[in-house]
Design a binder for this molecule. Structure first.
Ligand code: ATP
Length: 270
């Protein structure tokens, strides 16, 4: 059987409402939404619409969510793949997969292409040049650069990539006309954690008087993904005990569990 080349979602339901906090990043990507919805407005004076933006930030902070929300807000299809999928690929497959991805997106344009973990293909070239897999990675990267350079001014496909290692990326990726915009997506502060809790508490049956400020203060260093995890875990802990609602103790137990998991992953909690 043929492996799936990439994901394609033509009816994205995610919107900016689903993305808590990240005000600055949302403002910046709002512009991409406008470019997709109303390209003529921007090109009428001879300007060129940007082709790419790079979301930079720690794991689980909502980069994928934000990229999806751009597609949802602009009502355009979302094509996505992950750089890490390329790591064990046979010679020639990576480049042809990139070619296919861009071909499909152009056919469905306006569209968003999202490349998660771009560092897996976009690491600076020229290191370990002897290893075969590295050659393959370079072919894939070169194909990506070729595709982005080949976009006509009226293609209206915007490529959003995400990484937590912008420092190791090949500088060629950041050149004008490629990923020349960097948008920072940071870990949430206490106020943003509260907003993220509010999003993920929505589907839960909460005990009366559950103190969201308290939960936000108990979770320094947690990413949005960690908070989503806490909420889900708390609901399961409460249900396991036959409770009718999720209470403060369930959340504290869930936080303990997640902290335990994080410590195993060697993440630092401040
Ligand atoms: P990675 O770098 O690991 O791919 P990411 O930055 O792309 O992570 P997402 O995959 O977008 O992170 O986040 C995972 C999940 O965490 C989301 O689907 C969502 O449930 C939750 N989440 C993360 N950030 C936020 C946020 N700002 N608001 C609401 N939910 C969030």
């Amino acid at each position: 059987s043929k492996a799936k080349l990439f994901d394609q979602n033509t009816e994205v339901k995610t919107s900016f409402k689903d993305v808590a906090g990240l005000e600055g990043a949302k403002e910046e990507v709002q512009e991409i939404v406008d470019f997709l919805k109303n390209p003529e407005k921007y090109t009428s004076l001879g300007g060129k619409i940007p082709k790419g933006a790079l979301l930079v930030g720690p794991p689980g902070t909502g980069k994928t969510l934000l990229a999806k929300a751009v597609a949802g807000e602009a009502k355009v299809p979302f094509f996505s793949l992950s750089g890490s999928d390329f790591v064990e690929m046979f010679v020639g497959v990576g480049a042809s997969r990139v070619r296919d991805l861009f071909k499909q997106a152009k056919e469905k344009s306006p569209a968003i292409i999202f490349i998660d973990e771009i560092d897996a293909i976009g690491r600076a070239r020229g290191k370990n040049a002897m290893s075969g897999s590295n050659d393959e990675r370079e072919n894939t990267l070169n194909q990506l650069l070729t595709e982005m350079d080949g976009f006509g001014t009226n293609t209206n496909v915007i490529v959003i990539a995400a990484t937590n290692r912008a420092d190791i990326l090949d500088k060629a990726l950041m050149r004008a006309g490629r990923f020349d915009r960097q948008i920072f997506v940071d870990l949430p502060d206490v106020r943003e954690r509260k907003e993220i809790f509010e999003v993920h508490l929505r589907p839960l049956k909460k005990a009366d008087g559950l103190d969201i400020d308290f939960l936000s203060k108990q979770t320094p260093g947690f990413s949005g993904a960690d908070i989503a995890n806490v909420c889900n875990e708390a609901a399961l802990i409460a249900a396991r005990q036959g409770k009718k609602a999720v209470d403060k103790q369930d959340f504290l137990d869930a936080v303990d569990r997640i902290v335990g998991g994080l410590e195993k992953k060697n993440k630092i909690i401040t």
